[in-house]
Every structure is written in structure tokens, then in C-alpha cells.
Design a protein around this ligand. Structure first.
Ligand SMILES: C[S@@+](CC[C@H](N)C(=O)[O-])C[C@H]1O[C@@H](n2cnc3c(N)ncnc32)[C@H](O)[C@@H]1O
Length: 430
């Protein structure tokens, strides 16, 4: 890249190391003050940065979000007058402290690359608080503390043990799960056929078999909904399909897949993934609230848009920005999408509904309401032999994965999934 041509003016005056921290500050501002997801803010916040600096900015912001409550407790312990939650000085201290305490960055480098971000603000105060904490050999607790609202919601829905397990789970980077076609070229622990769990810092593109398309990255829990559909040669609809982990599974299982999503950019990634793995599917950009398939499918997978609170280990921003209003909006969207997906299933066909959410409003409650209005659908129970050892279906026949499950093997994302069968009636597909 020609740096001088593309370098945005706001980076021009920054000494080396500062632009990545400035980008981290913008990411944190986007999540904590504007309620955006890190992924949504990433391109804007890191524009003009080389990939390593972009990666560093992302890593700093994500680690601050994992450790926010604990970093703030340290900052508060060293300030006479409490800094406002949204004070620039607090943001800058979080950025400097997380590097010194979590990344092993030498303290002088952590503070000298962060101080320019204070700009017209209280540089002396930031420098003083940081210095005090370093002299005290401040450390973060072994396990992260979750934001209060997230902890309370987990407690109310699933109990204290699950809420505490979530705090443990967010402390460390989760392992890398691969869904593998054939023999795995990567060594690791396999918790199900076609699954390998790897603990590595090597970028995924450099792991053996990536270029050859022998596997793709997919959390173990995220791989279960398509497994519930299993192998088949008929027509499958993958609804809300992008970036396509489940499309790949369905295509690899033999289905003639139509993958539909509203997002062009996410579908571009889906098509790249199909190409890399050497699989095919019909790819459709459409709003499922308007689109009609024109055929009755043998199997439909609806991986509905959701609050994504179940993937907090890799996306810690969800714990800070998902509020009851977001959950209610998502639940409303799911309640509109589910009956549409259902009418595209042929009699005797399967419908799998899944969300990567820990909120019962987006899982159990959706299905109870759907079943009370759709007598032609019944739950087809998930059986133990479809699941990794140690996971069990709920007595109602669906699967709920939660923090703390399979903890000794490295855990898994929080998901809700259910397999329904259309037992009677006509498909009203156009
Ligand atoms: C949970 S993600 C899907 C993940 C995907 N199934 C996978 O395994 O890679 C939800 C998807 O729903 C899509 N979406 C949201 N609203 C939609 C709508 N009205 N019509 C079609 N797709 C929609 C989003 O673009 C997003 O890609």
C-alpha cells in the first residue's frame, strides 16, 4: 500500500505505535458509547492501518471489553475523584493498563503510546494513575468480572453457576474449532466426527489444509444445527446463511442447497468459502420477509439473526451493548421469520431453528409460541448420539448450550437449537 497516498490526515502527526491505540480508542467508543459491534466499527476505526496494527487495535479493544469491570476497579482505586465512565482519560487508562497487565507490554511503551490520545485532557492525571498502579504491582483477578447487567441476566435466566462459568469463559481466548472434511490435516482433540479442536496462535490461513479447503473454522456449538439435519440428497434451504459455515456443512452432507441472506458483503464471504472448500450452492441475496423460494424444501435451516450473546467469548462487545431492547427487537424479528421458514418445509420435511443467543426469548420462548400456533409441526428430539459426550438434550427435545458445559474440553458457544418435523398439512410455498 502506498502509505503517503492513503494515510488519513488524523494519523499524520502520530508517532509510531500510536495509530493502533487510537484505533482501539475509536473501537471502544463505538461499542461503549454508540452500541455498535466491534465488527461493524472495525473498517472505519482502523482505516489506513496496516494489517498488524489493525489486528493489534482489535486485540486491545477486545481485551479491554473482556476485562472492563476489573480495569475500572483498578482505575477507581487510584483516583481521588472518580472519573466519569465516558471520560477520555478512563478510556486511555484502560488501553494502557490492559497492555501492561495482559499483553506484557513494557509499562513505558504502554503509557507512551496511549498518552497522546488524551489530547487536551488530563495527561498528568493519566500518567500519575498509571504510574501509581505500576508501582503497586497491580494485577487483574484470575477470572474476569462480567458487566453487572449481563451477569444479572445470566443469573436470572440460568442461575449463579452459569453466570460464574461465563465469567471464567470470557477470561481466556477460546480454542479454535474446525469442521473437517475427511481426515484432519491438523492435529487436535476431536469431540465429534468431523470436528477438531486446536489450541494455537498460528493464523488460520497458515494451518495445514487451509489452502486445500480441507476444513473451515466453526465453533463446535455452531456446527450442531446443520448436524441435526444430517445427510441428504434433496433440496435444503439455508436461511440467514452468511458467511456460510452451515451452508458448507449442508453441501458437504450431499444436499442441494439454496443459501439466502440479506447481506451482499456477507454472501461474498460465503461464496469465497464455497470456492475454497470446493462445494456448490445456489446463493441468493434477498430479504426473507419478502422472498419466496418457489419450491417446498426437504429441509430448512433458519439460523436466525439474534443478539449473539452466546458468542461472547469471541465477541466480548455483546456483553456491553446488548440491552433488553435489543433482545426484544431480535425476538420480534425471529417471530416474524420462523413462520415464513416453516411454510417452505414440505410435509414430512425438517425445520431446524437456531440462535447463538443465551436469551430464552430468542430460543425456548420462540419455539413454545410457534408450536402453540402450528399444530402441523412437532419436535423431533435431539438424541445423545448426535451430540458430543457430556451434552444432553432438554426434556422438551431441544438443545441448549450454556457457559460451563464441556468446560474441561475448552467449552463451547451458547446456542439454542431445535429440530421440528412437519407432520401434516400442505406446503404453501409459492
Ligand atoms: C446468525 S447470522 C448467520 C450465520 C450463518 N448461518 C453461518 O452459519 O455462517 C444471521 C444472518 O441473518 C442475516 N439476516 C438478517 N435479517 C435477514 C433478513 N430479513 N433476510 C435475510 N437474511 C437476514 C444477516 O445478514 C446474517 O448474515
Amino acid at each position: 500500500m502506498n502509505g503517503s497516498k492513503t494515510r488519513p490526515s488524523h494519523l499524520a502527526a502520530d508517532p509510531p505505535g500510536v495509530p493502533a491505540r487510537r484505533a482501539a480508542l475509536r473501537l471502544l467508543d463505538a461499542v461503549l458509547r454508540r452500541g455498535l459491534a466491534i465488527e461493524q466499527a472495525l473498517d472505519n476505526a482502523t482505516s489506513g492501518l496496516a494489517p498488524p496494527d489493525r489486528g493489534l487495535a482489535h486485540a486491545i479493544a477486545a481485551e479491554v471489553l473482556r476485562r472492563l469491570a476489573d480495569l475500572d476497579a483498578l482505575i477507581d482505586s487510584a483516583t481521588r475523584n472518580r472519573l466519569a465512565d465516558d471520560a477520555k482519560a478512563r478510556f486511555v487508562l484502560r488501553i494502557a493498563l490492559v497492555q501492561a497487565l495482559q499483553f506484557g507490554t513494557p509499562p513505558h511503551a504502554a503509557i507512551s503510546t496511549a498518552l497522546p490520545l488524551v489530547e487536551g485532557g488530563p495527561r498528568k492525571l493519566v500518567h500519575g494513575v498509571f504510574g501509581t498502579l505500576m508501582r503497586q504491582n497491580a494485577t487483574l483477578p484470575e477470572h474476569a468480572s462480567l458487566p453487572d447487567a449481563a451477569y444479572m441476566r445470566l443469573m436470572a435466566n440460568w442461575g449463579e453457576a452459569v453466570a460464574d462459568a461465563a465469567a471464567v469463559a470470557i477470561t481466556d481466548q477460546p480454542p479454535l474449532d474446525l469442521t473437517v472434511r475427511g481426515e484432519s490435516p491438523v492435529e487436535g482433540e476431536s469431540l465429534l466426527p468431523g470436528h477438531v479442536r486446536v489450541r494455537t496462535d498460528v493464523p488460520v490461513q497458515q494451518l495445514p489444509g487451509y489452502a486445500e479447503g480441507q476444513w473451515w473454522v466453526q465453533d463446535l456449538a455452531a456446527s450442531l444445527p446443520a448436524r441435526l439435519i444430517g445427510k441428504g440428497t434433496g433440496r435444503a434451504l439455508d436461511l440467514c446463511a452468511a458467511p456460510g459455515g452451515k451452508t458448507l456443512q449442508l453441501a458437504a452432507a450431499g444436499w442441494d442447497v439454496t443459501a439466502v441472506d440479506i447481506s451482499d458483503s456477507r454472501l461474498a464471504r460465503l461464496s469465497e468459502n464455497l470456492d475454497r472448500i470446493g462445494l456448490t450452492a445456489s446463493v441468493v441475496t434477498a430479504d426473507l420477509m419478502k422472498w419466496e423460494p418457489g419450491f417446498a424444501a426437504d429441509a430448512v435451516l433458519l439460523d436466525a439473526p439474534c443478539s449473539a450473546t452466546g458468542i461472547f467469548r469471541r465477541h466480548p462487545d455483546v456483553l456491553h451493548r446488548v440491552r433488553p431492547r435489543v433482545i426484544a427487537e431480535m425476538a420480534e424479528m425471529q417471530a416474524a421469520l420462523l413462520p415464513r421458514a416453516a411454510k417452505w418445509v414440505r410435509p414430512g420435511g425438517l425445520l431446524v431453528y437456531a440462535t447463538c443467543s443465551l436469551e430464552p426469548e430468542e430460543g425456548e420462548a420462540q419455539i413454545e409460541r410457534f408450536l402453540s400456533a402450528h399444530a402441523d409441526f412437532a419436535i423431533d428430539r435431539v438424541s445423545a448420539d448426535e451430540l458430543p459426550a457430556g451434552l444432553y438434550a432438554h426434556e422438551r427435545g431441544w438443545l441448549r448450550t450454556l457457559p460451563g458445559m464441556l468446560a474441561e474440553q475448552g467449552g463451547l458457544d451458547g446456542f439454542f437449537m431445535v429440530r421440528l418435523m412437519r407432520v401434516a398439512g400442505d406446503s404453501r410455498a409459492a
